[in-house]
Design a protein around this ligand. Structure first.
Ligand SMILES: Cc1cc2nc3c(=O)[nH]c(=O)nc-3n(C[C@H](O)[C@H](O)[C@H](O)COP(=O)(O)O)c2cc1C
Length: 227
């Protein structure tokens, strides 16, 4: 029997969560959404300022945002993220970035040099991987890196809460590229900057991309224990 939020241990939730890139056409009930977002809300933040601003799109609104984003990408509309982001990694970071992409392309049966297939795979981001829901997460423009830490903790709480409720998700930096669409959809003040989005719903195990499994560096590469 699959674990429920009541029975899933933290260790199981951490180990079960992974980025899912293909979903069933089935919405998460509002009751479950409430339970998940209530749990996420318990994230710690400096001075308890709770800086996250959270916008969940479902149904027609989600479809509209997906269509707008796909159209923008197809028409070559320039990305307009609220925050600078560089994906030109070097050294060990570059090695991991390439390994991660190769793992995904292998799972999807895409050859390294097959540019059209890679472009199609990239477009899947803007199709939100057919997820029935997408949540956008932002914070006030007054805040910088130190407060973004709090928002990151909220995000991990959110993803683990989803996992415990049997809901799959994929954090997506690609959801930060057209923030004005999000502000318009939710009547958000221009003071709120969009950091990223997370597509979520129930995993479709038949989608090849969902066979992707990425590992992690050995503990000693990341952590020093000294006394
Ligand atoms: C901040 C952030 C942004 C990400 N952006 C994307 C994205 O735009 N598209 C995508 O397919 N995966 C994205 N991912 C998923 C990562 O590729 C994934 O977390 C990483 O490869 C580890 O795999 P796992 O989540 O399955 O453990 C993002 C993850 C994070 C944390």
């Amino acid at each position: 029997m699959s674990p429920t939020p009541a029975t899933m241990t933290l260790e199981q939730a951490i180990k079960t969560r992974r980025s899912v890139r293909g979903y069933l056409d089935k919405e998460v009930p509002q009751e479950t959404l409430n339970a998940i977002f209530e749990l996420a809300q318990l994230a710690p933040s400096n001075c308890n300022v709770q800086p996250w601003h959270v916008f969940v799109a479902s149904g027609e609104l989600k479809s509209k945002l997906r269509d707008q984003m796909v159209r923008n990408v197809m028409n070559g509309v320039a990305f307009n993220p609220d925050y600078e982001y560089s994906d030109t990694f070097v050294g060990e970071y570059r090695e991991r970035q390439v390994a991660c992409a190769m793992e995904l392309y292998n799972a999807m049966g895409i050859e390294r040099g097959d540019k059209p297939a890679r472009a199609k795979a990239m477009l899947r981001n803007f199709e939100m991987f057919d997820a029935p829901h997408v949540v956008f997460i932002g914070m006030d423009k007054a805040f910088g890196v130190s407060v973004a830490i709090d928002v990151g903790m909220y995000m991990q709480n959110l993803m683990l809460a989803m996992t415990a409720h049997g809901v799959a998700c994929c954090p997506q930096g690609t959801m930060r590229y057209f923030p004005d669409l999000v502000r318009e959809a939710f009547d958000v003040s221009p003071d709120i900057r969009i950091l990223l989005g997370i597509s979520f719903g129930y995993e479709d195990p038949a989608v090849a991309a969902n066979n992707t499994r990425v590992g992690r560096a050995a503990l000693e590469r990341a952590v020093q224990f000294r006394r």
